[in-house]
Design a protein. Structure first.
Length: 201
């Protein structure tokens, strides 16, 4: 792995975490339903007739799952309480991967959206702010605050394990992967942008 750091000219105006306010809805998704929404992922489950759901990292309320098949009238959230502060979420197949603050990574079975259940956890050692999955779904990349970028093997959702840890030299707060999955772009607190080669983690 290699790492490139790009500091901002003005350290005060640096990258912010992508939040639910950056998305636009036809309905009142957040009104009186979700108090502290900070992350959003959308998924379509072809196995269900009304298969459109929003998966929202809802801070200390945990993971909220909302039926948005009718975007003008979204459903009442189903909650999965997590032990930390849900700040980011990625969804693949039957599982939601939640960056859960001091509690690290939580993997939640969402095959039954009306009754989500905890499958596995991984203590990242820092403060998990954001999570992105590799294209093949075998690795979870977690922006873990001061420790940096944590790469977790999630081949076994019940027993995730460390793949590697990269010190980004700042406070990793959010990230995206390049389209080919070889680079991670990390919003790195006052240190600006960190670009990590993750082609061989």
């Amino acid at each position: 792995m290699w790492l490139t750091l790009l500091g901002p000219p003005n350290p005060v105006s640096q990258s912010a975490i992508i939040g639910i306010n950056n998305f636009h809805f036809k309905g009142s998704l957040t009104e009186n339903l979700i108090n502290n929404s900070v992350g959003l992922t959308l998924s379509y489950d072809h196995r269900l007739i009304n298969g459109n759901y929003a998966y929202v990292a809802d801070s200390f309320s945990g993971l909220a799952i909302i039926d948005i098949s009718d975007p003008t009238n979204p459903g009442v959230p189903t909650y999965m309480d997590t032990t930390g502060e849900a700040l980011g979420v990625s969804v693949r197949g039957d599982y939601a991967y939640v960056a859960d603050g001091a509690s690290g990574l939580h993997i939640i079975d969402i095959s039954d959206v009306s009754s989500p259940s905890l499958m596995g956890t991984f203590d990242t050692g820092g403060y998990a702010y954001d999570v992105v999955l590799s294209s093949d779904g075998t690795k979870a990349y977690v922006a873990d605050g001061n420790p940096g970028l944590e790469i977790i093997d999630v081949t076994s959702v019940e027993n995730p394990s460390s793949w590697g840890l990269l010190d980004t030299g700042g406070q990793a707060r959010s990230l995206v992967l390049s389209s080919n999955g070889t680079k991670a772009y990390v919003a790195n607190g006052l240190s600006g942008l960190a670009i990590a080669n993750v082609s061989d983690p």
